[in-house]
Design a binder for this molecule. Structure first.
Ligand SMILES: [Zn+2]
Ligand SMILES: [Zn+2]
Ligand SMILES: [Zn+2]
Ligand SMILES: [Zn+2]
Ligand SMILES: [Zn+2]
Length: 458
């Protein structure tokens, strides 16, 4: 037993030394390629590579006599904008320096410039915290509480600026069309903007909370945001806001009786009873509810659905009741706020004709369906559990030979798989929705998926 453990440890040590070796060889190749010599470094490798690449590019774009001041300025500016302020950059052929830097924020290297036959030294120095440096490389999800805190902080800082006049008229025209994230960001810019945005009721009539703000949206914050509409809120869309509870929803609904579109997909903190309570409250009002999304809330059964339906149907015109737009799998995430206007069904879930459960039931686009031969249109209708569908085209793919998997674990049909760009290492594509998770290493024209990136960089 002990022998086996020792052997296992020996092998894992060997493997990690192999990976380490491969990484350093790759890095050396990269240095040779750009003709770079590293003198001293305390900087994450991806950031180093960015520095080498931009130094090389700027140097190549400045032929003739070396203008070290201009070069340093260009590099400083580039690093400030891509990695956050504030960087110091020193460029020259001969200089001494003595600097203090933060952990992870120092790089000293040199590059040959053949035309002038001399070696140019570069020093990048930052006093930013290492965590912040790395954050710039891989965007992290912004949490709403941090965001609101920051907004308050900045507003206080700016409040000394008393001379600022009111914002331009045009702002009030565009603010009604801004998503919540931009609206919050705008109100954090300065006090006069904040006041303008906060007072402009029109901007707050449709509230859509989605990633990344959804993660920390609590009942309290929701109350604060919705209160800006002065009770005139018409659309409340909370996408995957798991922290919202029945009580929180009920309070908002009671203060905003004009809500006619209520979207709560993935709000797992809610119960079917809580949703029914909110819908009941809204339907008691003259205007009434016209569109409801509840997929992803646990334990919704047929009885709940039967209770909900009459509340919504009495608010619909004859035309609205007759037939609805087909719901295609690959489109359903894109346009939730236009759901009602586009003529989709009033409630997003229904009883699946195949498994009899209350779920989202999708129609098949047929054109790209892999199973349409020998199968009728209604056979192609079903929930995502009964009929797996391609993330890109929405076609049925329940034949195991035709199914391909994306890096993000979404399913693709073979046609869509062929067309999408693939990871340099594992040759798997992302679906378009998750394509932003890939990283572009310097010197590569393609991308590396987050799985491979994590394997090679940690
Ligand atoms: Zn089903
Ligand atoms: Zn089909
Ligand atoms: Zn497809
Ligand atoms: Zn990969
Ligand atoms: Zn995906």
């Amino acid at each position: 037993m002990e022998g086996a453990e020792l052997e296992l440890e020996r092998r894992s040590k060997f493997l990690s030394s192999l990976i380490q070796k491969k990484k350093s060889v790759e890095q050396q190749d990269h240095h040779d390629l750009l003709n770079v010599r590293v003198r001293a470094s305390d900087m994450p490798t991806p950031l180093q590579n960015r520095a080498f690449r931009s130094a090389r590019d700027h140097l190549d774009s400045m032929p003739g006599k070396l203008d070290s001041k201009r070069l340093a300025l260009a590099l400083k500016k580039e690093f400030d904008s891509s990695c956050g302020p504030a960087w110091h950059c020193i460029v020259g052929t001969s200089f001494g320096s003595y600097v203090t830097h933060s952990t992870g924020g120092f790089l000293y290297f040199s590059i040959d410039k053949p035309s002038t036959n001399c070696e140019i030294s570069f020093r990048f120095i930052s006093r930013r915290k290492k965590k912040k440096l790395l954050r710039q490389l891989k965007p992290e999800t912004m949490e709403i509480s941090q965001f609101m805190g920051q907004q308050e902080h900045e507003a206080i800082e700016n409040s000394q600026d008393k001379k600022a006049g009111p914002p331009h008229m045009a702002l009030s025209l565009i603010s009604a069309y801004l998503p919540l994230f931009e609206l919050l960001a705008m109100s954090g810019v300065c006090t006069s903007l904040r006041d303008a945005v906060n007072k402009d009721v029109l901007s707050w009539l449709d509230i859509v909370v989605k990633s990344p703000l959804n993660l920390r949206l609590s009942d309290g914050i929701l109350m604060k945001i919705t209160s800006k509409a002065n009770g005139r809120l018409t659309t409340l869309a909370l996408m995957d806001c798991a922290k919202i509870t029945d009580d929180g929803l009920q309070r908002v609904v009671e203060r905003n009786p004009l809500i006619n579109k209520l979207y709560l997909p993935g709000c797992t903190g809610l119960t079917p009873e809580g949703v029914i309570g909110a819908v009941k409250t809204l339907s008691e009002h003259h205007h009434g509810l016209k569109s409801l999304m509840i997929n992803g809330i646990y334990n919704i059964n047929k009885e709940h659905l039967e209770t909900l339906r009459p509340y919504l149907e009495k608010n619909l015109s004859q035309q609205e009741q007759s037939g609805s737009w087909p719901l295609l799998f690959h489109e359903h995430r894109d346009v939730p706020t236009f759901r009602h206007d586009k003529g989709y069904a009033t409630i997003d879930v229904e009883v699946c004709p195949k498994c009899d459960e209350v779920r989202m039931v999708f129609d098949c686009p047929r054109r790209t369906c892999k199973r349409k031969i020998g199968r009728s249109m209604s056979d192609c209708r079903g929930c995502n559990f009964c009929i797996p569908r391609c993330q890109e085209c929405g076609g049925c793919v329940d034949d195991s030979e035709e199914v391909e998997e994306a890096v993000c674990a979404d399913i693709l049909c073979s046609d869509c798989w062929l067309q999408l760009p693939k990871c340099d290492f594992c040759n798997k594509p992302y679906c378009k929705q998750h394509a932003h998770n890939g990283s572009c290493p310097p010197g590569s024209t393609g991308f590396v998926c987050d799985v491979c990136w994590a394997n090679f960089n940690i």
